[in-house]
Design a protein around this ligand. Structure first.
Ligand SMILES: [Zn+2]
Length: 324
């Protein structure tokens, strides 16, 4: 078992397999980057295991196939498993991910949505008899299903072929139709505890900037590790000398930061806030300036999703910081 933490949820899943009380659909809800998808895949592995061992025996052919799928997904190699199908328009489009095991599919958004064509392909996938007892479909970022896709999925959830299990994964329930939620067994997941974060860090065994590690501990989530922009960290180290920055430097930095994608910008804001909070606590930064900066940071976080002019906001932020 690779998933760290979430003891109660694991116990619940194990019991449901042992008692043969597996619902047609689970909905895993909780913050991103805490291991929901990994646990879903490990539960699927157990159901498809030739020894029917909860979370897998890791020795049988089925477990080995799924383990290599999981390992590749962990490395971000989704593109190895793309399954394309021909849509109504006659064009090929992305449907879902499938590894060596024929009874496990993982749906991820096509662009920024999960589309109805993808759900139609899933319906074909579940209509085929499983090679064993089960067919498992993990729908990652289920909240990204558009309304048409959700309505199509609802039909399948109402009358699923025997042995079909859907595991929907989402950060909130709010984006899903209540009729979908009501057809799912909901399992809520909490952020990881500091001890659990440390355990995962040990397993990951990679170099992580101390500031990022602190944020991971604080948030109980590994979501931040999605960002792998070295440039971001270089810029942050330059920013730590903000009181010495010249006007030209600030404008140039703001230009570079503007080029980040949304996730990187979010991380940038979080790291600045983390650093300033630490400095305020250590008496290295005046609280009254921090109180002026904090709402700026909050506005920027909200603004990010609404097309805020990030460059101007960064300049404003840096001038405020410099001015103390
Ligand atoms: Zn096995």
């Amino acid at each position: 078992m690779e998933t760290v933490g979430h003891k109660l949820q694991k116990e619940f899943l194990k019991k449901s397999q042992q008692l043969g009380k597996i619902p047609n659909a689970f909905l895993f809800v909780g913050k991103e980057g805490i291991g929901k998808k990994l646990l879903a895949l490990e539960f699927a592995k157990g159901l498809l295991c030739q020894k029917f061992e909860p979370f897998g025996c890791n020795g049988c052919k089925s477990c080995r196939q799924i383990n290599s799928f999981i390992e590749a997904l962990k490395k971000g190699e989704e593109d190895k498993f793309f399954y394309y199908a021909r849509g109504d328009d006659g064009k090929k489009h992305f449907a879902y991910l499938i590894g060596d095991h024929p009874d496990l599919a993982v749906v991820i958004p096509d662009g920024n949505q999960i589309k109805i064509d993808q759900i139609r392909e899933l319906q074909e996938f579940v209509a085929l008899k499983p090679t064993g007892k089960f067919k498992v479909i993990v729908i990652d970022q289920a909240g990204k299903m558009n309304t048409q896709a959700q309505n199509a999925l609802l039909k399948t959830l109402e009358e699923p072929p025997p042995g079909t299990l859907f595991i929907l994964i989402s950060t909130t329930m709010g984006e899903l139709l209540p009729t979908i939620v009501s057809r799912c067994q909901v399992l809520e997941f909490k952020p990881l505890k500091p001890q659990e974060v440390k355990e995962v860090l040990k397993k990951l065994n990679r170099d992580i900037l101390k500031e990022v590690e602190n944020l991971i501990l604080e948030e109980g989530s590994f979501d931040l590790l999605k960002v792998e922009n070295e440039n971001l960290f270089t810029i942050l180290s330059r920013l730590s000398r903000y009181s010495n920055l010249t006007f030209e430097e600030i404008v140039k930095l703001a230009e570079e930061i503007e080029k980040f994608d949304t996730e990187e910008k979010e991380l940038f804001l979080k790291l600045i806030e983390e650093e300033l909070t630490k400095k305020v606590v250590n008496g290295e930064f005046p609280l009254e300036v921090f109180e002026r900066v904090k709402p700026l940071l909050e506005d920027m976080k909200v603004g990010l999703k609404r097309g805020l002019k990030f460059k101007l906001a960064v300049e404003n932020l840096l001038f405020t910081l410099k001015g103390f």
